[in-house]
Structures are given as structure tokens and as C-alpha cells.
Design a protein around this ligand. Structure first.
Ligand SMILES: [Zn+2]
Length: 335
């Protein structure tokens, strides 16, 4: 069984001087053939699949505003062009294709490299450079096709507020998000969802948290939460904006750090989810970091050592997070 991937670059979804641009994938694209993975074609998600997460009025409104595009639709700013509705359907379809390949057993695991990203999009609004919530839609699709419980783990530098909103009242849908506290969108505190302790887990971090902190969080928080919630599949929102020199955020990860955290997630899936895991691209605004990070994810998925270390350790010391980790465990009743 192989690792599968989809690639949806949405080359016409572009706006002048915007960081979420097709060029994010320019360094990665020529390297795709070098990874030990098989490309599968994405097809557009059907509006009824988008409606597993989003309100029908929002889907119609997005289709309408795109037809008249280009336009700015929120203050992030989130933009649309004339092609963005179709691009967003294809991005969601790319994640769904990977999810089905893994559920059906055609692939061992998969990586959906798609844009526009999705994790900020809430059921009733597009926001934060995101139009439709690709990963939440795929999670709901998985729940409709044989999975009893799924869990999204989001290590993008920003809080996955849209995914949190999508799973808030769905007891079969778990969510863990690590994110830099105090930046956009401002949500994601530990106590956001008191009704969903053990299932909806926020891990707000200080800037330059660093590689070692992410490993500690994986061992001390991800593992017991996954063990307790016991999902049959993991979906990973991977954002390479968690790299220490990302132009818009600063969480302190290196390429080796992306490899280590991704490897731990693959091992969790092996231990608890019969290896079922799909990585999904969210943010990351330096094209070299995106290419290096994606290489690290492929190496983790294919059980390889890190083949191309960018030798880019963070120049900042890791920030100690032991008391924060203990605070989070206490809130969720994990001792
Ligand atoms: Zn982000």
C-alpha cells in the first residue's frame, strides 16, 4: 500500500500582494515527483458535500460573489476571484479524494496539498483566507462512510476556529489545535468548550514555542487525548506557518521539527487508528518552508528518515511550556 497525494494549486485564485497566493507552492511543485507517493486526481466536491459543514445560504452567496469577482469578502482580508468557487470545490474535493482512498484501503495514508486553505471557514462564514473548510468537510464525509469517530489535529500556527465551530456539537468529531496565542483569529483558549472536555482541546502556545515544545505536547497531550477519544482516523491540518521564520507568524518550528511532529502523528495513527491518517495543507507563507515541510510530511508518511534536512534550527531558545501543558491536562481531567 502506498502513500497518496492530491495537488490542487488553484493557479487563478490570486490577488495582488496577498500572502495566500499560488506562488506558495512554486518551490514544492517541481519536487512532487521525487516523493515516494502516488498522485490521485481530485474532482470537485459536490455542493451537498460542502453542506455537510456549511449553510446552504453561504454556499450560494460564495458562488454568487465569485461570479462577480474579484472581491474582498472579509477584513483578514479574504479574497475571491471569478474562479474561486470552483477552486474551493476542487480543494475540498482533493481532501475528500485522499480521505476516501485511505478509508477504502487503496492507500495507506495521504497528503492533500490544496489551496485555498480551509480551517478558518466557519459553517456560516468564509474568513481568514479560507472559503470552505476542506478538512471539516472531509471529516464529516468520513463519518458518513463508515468511520464512527474521527479527530482533526491542527498544527497550523493559527487556531482552527472554523474546524472548532464545525465539530462543536458533534460528539463523533474530535479536535486538537496547537496555535500561537494572541494572533488571528483570537479564539482557541483552553476553556473554549466546557461541554466537550477530552474531545475539543485547545493548546495555545507562546511565540517561539519551538521543536521540543511540540514534541512534549504530542507526548503529553495528543497521545492521551487520542487514546481516550479513540478515533478511527486522524486528519491533520498542517500549516508550515509554524516555522520560525514564517513572514506572518512565529511558533519556532524547524524542518526537523515538522518531521518529528508529523512522525509522532503517523505513529499515533498506527497505534490507535489502523494507520489511517490524512495530512491537509493549511497555511505557510514562505515557499521554501512549504517545500521543506511538505518533504518532511512525506518522509513521515512513508516511514523514511528525514531525507532533506534544511538545516534551519530556530535561532530562538525554546520557551518552556510545562505549566501550560499541566493546565491543559487538568482542564481535560487527564492526570
Ligand atoms: Zn495559519
Amino acid at each position: 500500500m502506498k502513500t497518496a497525494f492530491t495537488f490542487v494549486p488553484s493557479s487563478q485564485h490570486e490577488f495582488p500582494d496577498h500572502p495566500e497566493r499560488p506562488g506558495r507552492l512554486d518551490v514544492l511543485e517541481p519536487l512532487l515527483h521525487t516523493f515516494d507517493a502516488e498522485r490521485i486526481e481530485a474532482t470537485r466536491a459536490k455542493p451537498e458535500q460542502i453542506a455537510l459543514v456549511h449553510q446552504p445560504q453561504l454556499i450560494k452567496a460564495i458562488e454568487e460573489v465569485c461570479r462577480q469577482g474579484p472581491a474582498i469578502i472579509d477584513h483578514a482580508p479574504t479574497y475571491v476571484t471569478k474562479t474561486s468557487y470552483d477552486d474551493a470545490l476542487l480543494a475540498a474535493g482533493g481532501v475528500i479524494a485522499c480521505t476516501h482512498a485511505v478509508i477504502n484501503g487503496n492507500s495507506n495514508n495521504a497528503f492533500a496539498i490544496v489551496r485555498p486553505p480551509g480551517h478558518h471557514a466557519e459553517p456560516d462564514r468564509a474568513m481568514g483566507f479560507c472559503i470552505f473548510n476542506n478538512i471539516a468537510i472531509a471529516a464529516c464525509e468520513a463519518l458518513q462512510h463508515g468511520m464512527e469517530r474521527v479527530m482533526v489535529i491542527d498544527y497550523d500556527a493559527h487556531h482552527g476556529n472554523g474546524t472548532q465551530a464545525a465539530c462543536m456539537d458533534n460528539e463523533r468529531f474530535g479536535f486538537i489545535s496547537t496555535h500561537q496565542w494572541g494572533i488571528y483569529p483570537g479564539t482557541g483558549w483552553i476553556t473554549d468548550a466546557p461541554h466537550a472536555k477530552g474531545r475539543l482541546v485547545n493548546v495555545p502556545l507562546h511565540e517561539f514555542a519551538g521543536d521540543k515544545t511540540f514534541e512534549r505536547v504530542a507526548d503529553k497531550i495528543f497521545k492521551p487525548i487520542v487514546e481516550k477519544f479513540h478515533p478511527q482516523m486522524l486528519l491533520i491540518s498542517t500549516g508550515f506557518d509554524a516555522h520560525w521564520n514564517d513572514p506572518i507568524t512565529s511558533l519556532g518550528l524547524s524542518t526537523q521539527g515538522f518531521y518529528n511532529i508529523s512522525k509522532k502523528l503517523v505513529q499515533l495513527a498506527e497505534e490507535y487508528c489502523k494507520s489511517k491518517i490524512v495530512f491537509v495543507l493549511e497555511g505557510g507563507y514562505d515557499p521554501h518552508n512549504v517545500a521543506n515541510g511538505a518533504g518532511a510530511v512525506f518522509d513521515a508518511l512513508t516511514n523514511s528518515p528525514l531525507k532533506k534536512d534544511a538545516h534551519d534550527p530556530s535561532p530562538y531558545p525554546d520557551v518552556d511550556h510545562e505549566s501550560r501543558i499541566q493546565e491543559i491536562l487538568k482542564w481535560h481531567g487527564i492526570t
